[in-house]
Design a protein around this ligand. Structure first.
Ligand SMILES: Cc1ncc(COP(=O)(O)O)c(C=O)c1O
Length: 496
């Protein structure tokens, strides 16, 4: 039977899997960061029918080796600095296999996985300075963490029984506040929670891309004057675009003054609380009602692993708890059903054993190891920013913060001659020309396989963006990326 294997069969295939993992992780640095899936292969994926008969494990692994493993997303490589994606910690990789071997549902119960999740959530709670009575829950990522937190905010701050009646009995409209730099997942969550994106007030940012506190306060006050009920401010503890950290303490003050829920999106930046450089700024996250922090970003836990912590555990339970009779026998022994189930604190019922990879990865690094890795990434971002500053043909497009560096190519005469310089291909040097040039450059860089950056828009301007959440990256990787950028520039300038 293909479904039940002897220990010897498991070992033989398992050892081959371990070899594949070892080869993949150790040969990645010498492979292209990224190569697109060839069209014929993409087509073959789409057109292949499901297998009618069992396929042998060796054949399955052969197919993995030939058609899947050669085309990774790119993270894992020392010169991948796209979006916010890190390489996986090896213990996290193994943990995923071990978790699948145990295959529990972490809805609840009195089994080890549940206690482990309580333990890791407690570790994060302490790291973030949240009180012992708060509740942490592992979720798929920052989006689900935000959705969960804002669902609790809705429950607590809407002043209506939203679980019974939804929003239709609301006596007044509601409002949410996030800066222009807030992550799109908050807007999605607000839409899914039934408020509509019209309830989002987009607050302007200052020169450092931090939410303007005066603008926030004015928006909240104006809403209250008009009879609108403010629900939550979504502050950012490390923006995706530039790494900007909002003034969390000042936002906390506004939220307390106007009785508004304070959520901090620290999905990316949260772990920098371990660094000497950012501990002070991020400490004020402890003032929040809820926070999102993604272990699958700067803590190198394999995807997916997000975390939400809510200060008021009872409010969280009251927002989600719905226990049908088949889940729990009334009066049943605590030894079987254990603590209140995680499924009472979030949307998911059957839940994976995410805690194991978080727990194992946290131990692989230890807080000291994380501090070192994060501080090294910060230093590397500083090095990249310095090299950009020193290059006449490049310019920083935002003040660097955390491990994000936004920059763009502005031509070979660059700043020294101003934007109106007279070099052949870049004479016009208007925004559109520069944007088009950087777009072309980025595509060639990504397809070239030497390094991988992504892009964003800052105040409507296209920019290249490197986000270094990568324990494998070194200075020579930054040098190689810049050298590749220069090569591509030369090609573009000579063959525009
Ligand atoms: C600051 C921030 N918040 C939220 C998210 C969404 O997280 P996820 O993609 O894990 O759902 C991201 C993703 O990059 C992010 O950078």
């Amino acid at each position: 039977m293909p479904s039940d294997w002897t220990a010897d069969e498991i070992r033989r295939i398992g050892y081959r899997v371990v070899d594949l993992i070892a080869d993949h992780l150790t040969t990645l640095p010498d492979a292209p960061v990224f190569r697109p899936v060839p069209q014929e292969l993409a087509q073959a994926f789409l057109s292949s029918p499901p297998p009618q008969e069992p396929v042998s494990p060796d054949q399955i692994l052969d197919a993995f080796q030939q058609t899947i493993e050669p085309y990774p997303f790119g993270n894992g490589h020392p010169r991948f600095w796209g979006w916010v994606n890190s390489p996986p910690a090896v213990m996290g990789v193994f943990a995923d296999a071990l978790a699948a071997a145990m295959n529990p549902s972490c809805a609840g119960g009195n089994h080890a996985a549940i206690h482990l999740e309580r333990q890791v959530a407690g570790w994060f709670r302490d790291m973030l300075g949240f009180p012992a009575g708060s509740m942490g829950l592992l979720v798929s990522g920052g989006s689900m963490a935000t959705m969960t937190a804002l669902a609790v905010a809705r429950h607590v701050k809407s002043d209506i029984d939203v679980r019974l009646n939804g929003l239709r009995d609301a006596p007044a409209p509601f409002a949410f506040y996030m800066s222009t730099e807030g992550h799109s997942c908050a807007r999605k969550a607000i839409e899914l929670l039934g408020f509509g994106s019209a309830s989002v007030r987009t607050i302007a940012t200052d020169a450092d891309y931090r939410m303007r506190i005066d603008a926030l306060e004015a928006a909240v006050a104006a809403d209250l004057d008009r009879g609108v009920r403010p629900i939550a401010v979504i502050a950012t503890g490390g923006s995706t675009n530039t790494g900007a950290i909002d003034d969390l303490s000042a936002i906390g003050g506004v939220c307390r003054r106007y009785d508004v829920w304070m959520h901090v999106d620290a999905a990316y930046g949260g772990p920098a609380i371990l660094s000497t450089q950012y501990a002070g700024e991020l400490r004020a996250v402890a003032q929040a009602d809820s926070v999102a922090l993604d272990p699958h970003k700067w803590l190198f836990v394999p995807v997916e692993a997000g975390l939400v912590v809510v200060r008021d555990a009872e409010a969280m339970r009251s927002a989600f708890s719905l226990v049908p009779p088949y889940i729990r026998q009334s009066g049943s022994a605590g030894d079987v059903y254990g603590l209140p189930w995680f499924s009472e604190y979030g949307f998911q019922q059957t839940r994976g054993f995410r805690a194991l990879k978080v727990w194992m990865t946290l131990q692989q690094f230890g807080l000291t190891g994380y501090r070192e890795a994060i501080e090294e990434n910060l230093a590397l971002a500083g090095y990249l920013a310095d090299r950009v500053r020193a290059a006449p043909d490049l310019e920083l497009t935002a003040p660097p913060s955390l491990s994000v560096v936004c920059f763009r190519f502005i031509g070979d005469q660059g700043r020294s001659s101003g934007r109106s310089g007279s070099s052949a291909a870049l004479q016009a040097r208007d925004e559109e020309t520069i944007a088009a040039l950087n777009r072309a450059l980025l595509e060639k860089l990504q397809l070239g396989g030497e390094a991988f950056l992504t892009s964003t828009e800052l105040r409507g301007r296209f920019t290249l963006r490197a986000c270094i959440v990568n324990y494998r990256s070194r200075r020579e990787d930054v040098d190689r990326m810049l050298a590749a950028v220069r090569e591509i520039e030369k090609g573009i300038l000579t063959n525009p």
